[in-house]
Design a protein around this ligand. Structure first.
Ligand code: KIV
Ligand code: ZN
Length: 558
C-alpha cells in the first residue's frame, strides 16, 4: 500500500462561514500562561523568586488572569501558589489559574493550593484526540467523557466548599484541532452539564487549544465558528483560544479564530512555551492596538518588559520580534530612512490626508507608544542614506545639514562605515561630520580676519586676512560688498583654487550664552563642482569664513 507520510488536513465543511467577512473591533479577555506553559518549556525553569517577579510584571502590564502553574505537579509550583496567596501578592482584581489533569488526587491537591484565594480558576484538561486517546492512554471516547465529567463534579464539589472564594472553572479538550469535532462538542457539553452553574456573569471557560499547530489558520477559525454555532448555551461559556506556533502561524490562527467568535486568548510574552512556543501575546496585542482597539494591556515600557523577560527566562528576545525586537522600528536602508524622515516632518498633515494621527512610511505604529525613542529608529551603516544620516545629526546634535550637502556627508560616512565594516553610532557620525567638514586636515589655517564697514558706504567691507598656508604666514587685503565676499576675494588672491561663494546656510546650535553659529558654505569651483565646508563660531561671520577655510582644506586634501 502506498500510504503518504503526510497528508492534507481535512477541512471543516462550513459553507455558511461568516468569519472571513468580519472585522475585529473589540478586545478579547487575555490570560497569560507564561508561568505554566511558558515556564515548563524553559531549559532552566524559573526559581520561585523569579516567578514572583514575572508574576508582578504580568500584573503591571494589566493581565487579569494568570496561570501561575501546575500546583499538583511539583512542590515548587504548590509552594508558589501558597506564597502568592499567603503573602498577599495577588491584586484583588486578578484571577490566578492552576492547571490539573482530570485525576482525583491531583484535583484534591490543586484545591489545597488554592485555599484562601480570592479569585481562582481551576483549569482541568484531558486529551480528546484519537491520537492521544488510542496511542497514549488507551481510552475510548466514552472513557474520556466519563473521566472529564467525574473530574468536573469533583471540582464543583470542592469549589462549592469554598464559598468565600470566587472559583471559576476552565476545561480544555487537549488537541482540540486534532479532535473529532462532534465528539469534542459532546465532551464539552457533558462537562458543562456536570459543572452545572455556568452563567453569563460567571461563564464556564471552554479553552479549545491548537496544542500542536497541525492545520492552517483558516481551519482553526472554521472549527471555532462551528463550535460556537453548535454549542447550545453559548452565552454561559467563554470560548478561549490557546494556539501553539509549530507552523509559525499562531498569531494568524488566533486572529482568525477571534473573528470566528472566540472571546478569550491564552498565550505568553514573546511566545515562550513548548517547542516553538505559544502564541505571542505581545504581537497579538500590538496588532489590535495598531488598529485602534483598546486591549487593557499596557506595553508602553517595552524595554522594561523585554529586559525583565530576558533576564528571568534566560532567553533573548529576537532582534526582529514585532513590537519588541531591537530592530522592530529601525531603518538601515537609505530610501527607508529618507521616507521616515519626510513622513515624520509631515506628520501634522496626516490627520487631514489619512484621517488618522499616525501615518508614517515604514512605521505602522508610533514607536513612542511602546516607549521607544526616535533616535534609535534610524541606524547608520554603509547602506544608510543621506536622509537617515541627516536625521541622526539633527535628532542627537541639533545639526541641520542642508540638503545640498547631505550627499557629501553620506559619502564620508559610507566610506568610514565600509572601512570599519559595521554599524556606526550617532557619536561616530558626529565625529565624521566634525573631522571631515568642520576641522578637516589641510594646508590652510586662519589666524585672523577683521572686517570693518567702509566709512562712507557701510555695505562695503574692508579688512585684512591672515592665514598660514603650509606653515607660512600670508596676508591679503579683503575688500568686497559683504564680510564673506571680501574674505572670498582675499582668499582667491592667496590660494591656487578658483572658487566662489553664492549663498550659504547658517543656523544657531544651543541657546543663550552657549549658542554657537554653524555656517554651511558651498564653495563653487570653476568646473561647477561644489565642495561644502562647515564653520562654527559664536559670531556668524567668523563661522562663515571658517567654513570657507574648511572647504578649501577639503578641496586641497582631495
Ligand atoms: O497546549 C495545550 O493544549 C495545553 C493545555 C493544557 C491547554 O497547554
Ligand atoms: Zn499549551
Amino acid at each position: 500500500m502506498n500510504t503518504p507520510k503526510y497528508k492534507v488536513p481535512v477541512s471543516v465543511d462550513l459553507p455558511t462561514r461568516q468569519w472571513p467577512s468580519r472585522t475585529l473591533t473589540e478586545s478579547p479577555a487575555w490570560c497569560s500562561v507564561d508561568l505554566r506553559d511558558g515556564n515548563q518549556a524553559l531549559p532552566n525553569p524559573m526559581t520561585p523568586a523569579q516567578k514572583l517577579e514575572y508574576f508582578q510584571l504580568l500584573c503591571s502590564i494589566g493581565f487579569k488572569q494568570i496561570e501561575a502553574g501546575f500546583p499538583s505537579a511539583s512542590q515548587d509550583d504548590f509552594d508558589f501558589f501558597r506564597s502568592l496567596i499567603e503573602d498577599g501578592h495577588i491584586p484583588d482584581d486578578v484571577f490566578i489559574m492552576g492547571l490539573t489533569q482530570c485525576r482525583p488526587h491531583l484535583i484534591e491537591r490543586t484545591f489545597e493550593a488554592f485555599k484562601g484565594v480570592k479569585k481562582g480558576i481551576v483549569h482541568a484538561y484531558i486529551a480528546s484526540s484519537d491520537l492521544h486517546m488510542k496511542q497514549v492512554f488507551g481510552m475510548s471516547q466514552a472513557d474520556t467523557i466519563e473521566t472529564a465529567v467525574a473530574a468536573t463534579r469533583q471540582i464543583r464539589e470542592l469549589a462549592d466548599a469554598m464559598p468565600e472564594s470566587d472559583i471559576r472553572y476552565e476545561f480544555s479538550p487537549e488537541e482540540f484541532t486534532d479532535t473529532d469535532q462532534s465528539f469534542c462538542l459532546e465532551l464539552c457539553q457533558a462537562v458543562y452539564n456536570a459543572w452545572g452553574k455556568a452563567t453569563s456573569e460567571k461563564p464556564l471557560i471552554l479553552n479549545l487549544p491548537a496544542t500542536v499547530e497541525r492545520r492552517p489558520p483558516n481551519h482553526y477559525a472554521d472549527m471555532i465558528e462551528w463550535f460556537c454555532a453548535n454549542f447550545p448555551d453559548r452565552d454561559s461559556v467563554q470560548i478561549s483560544l490557546h494556539s501553539h506556533n509549530d507552523q509559525g502561524m499562531a498569531v494568524a490562527a488566533t486572529e482568525l479564530a477571534l473573528m470566528a467568535g472566540a472571546d478569550r486568548v491564552e498565550g505568553t510574552l514573546f511566545g515562550h512555551g513548548e517547542r516553538t512556543g505559544n502564541v505571542d501575546l505581545v504581537t497579538v496585542v500590538g496588532n489590535l492596538f495598531s488598529r485602534g482597539i483598546g486591549t487593557g494591556l499596557d506595553f508602553s515600557d517595552m524595554e522594561n518588559v523585554v529586559e525583565t523577560v530576558e533576564r528571568l527566562t534566560g532567553m533573548p528576545v529576537y532582534y526582529r520580534q514585532p513590537y519588541a525586537g531591537e530592530y522592530a522600528f529601525t531603518a538601515f536602508s537609505g530610501s527607508h530612512q529618507d521616507a521616515i524622515n519626510k513622513g515624520m516632518h509631515r506628520l501634522d498633515q496626516a490627520a487631514e490626508i489619512f484621517g488618522m494621527q499616525w501615518k508614517v512610511p515604514y512605521l505602522h505604529i508610533d514607536p513612542a507608544d511602546l516607549g521607544r525613542s526616535f533616535e534609535r529608529l534610524i541606524r547608520i551603516n554603509s547602506q544608510s542614506g543621506k536622509g537617515g544620516i541627516a536625521w541622526v545629526l539633527e535628532q542627537d546634535y541639533g545639526i541641520q545639514v542642508p540638503k545640498a550637502m547631505q550627499p557629501q556627508l553620506r559619502e564620508e560616512v559610507q566610506a568610514y562605515s565600509e572601512e570599519v565594516s559595521r554599524e556606526l553610532s550617532a557619536e561616530e557620525v558626529h565625529a565624521i561630520f566634525q573631522k571631515k567638514f568642520v576641522e578637516p586636515d589641510g594646508p590652510y589655517q586662519l589666524t585672523g580676519y577683521w572686517p570693518r564697514p567702509d566709512d562712507k558706504d557701510p555695505t562695503f567691507i574692508h579688512g585684512e586676512v591672515k592665514v598660514v598656508i603650509n606653515g607660512q604666514e600670508k596676508t591679503a587685503v579683503a575688500d568686497g560688498n559683504g564680510p564673506i565676499s571680501a574674505f572670498v576675494n582675499a582668499m582667491n588672491e592667496l590660494v591656487d583654487i578658483d572658487f566662489s561663494v553664492d549663498d550659504y546656510h547658517e543656523q544657531a546650535v544651543g541657546k543663550g550664552a552657549d549658542a554657537q553659529a554653524l555656517a554651511y558654505v558651498p564653495l563653487k569651483l570653476k568646473d561647477n563642482g561644489v565642495v561644502f565646508g562647515v564653520g562654527s563660531d559664536s559670531n556668524i561671520d567668523q563661522a562663515a569664513v571658517r567654513a570657507v577655510i574648511a572647504g578649501l582644506n577639503r578641496i586641497a586634501s582631495k
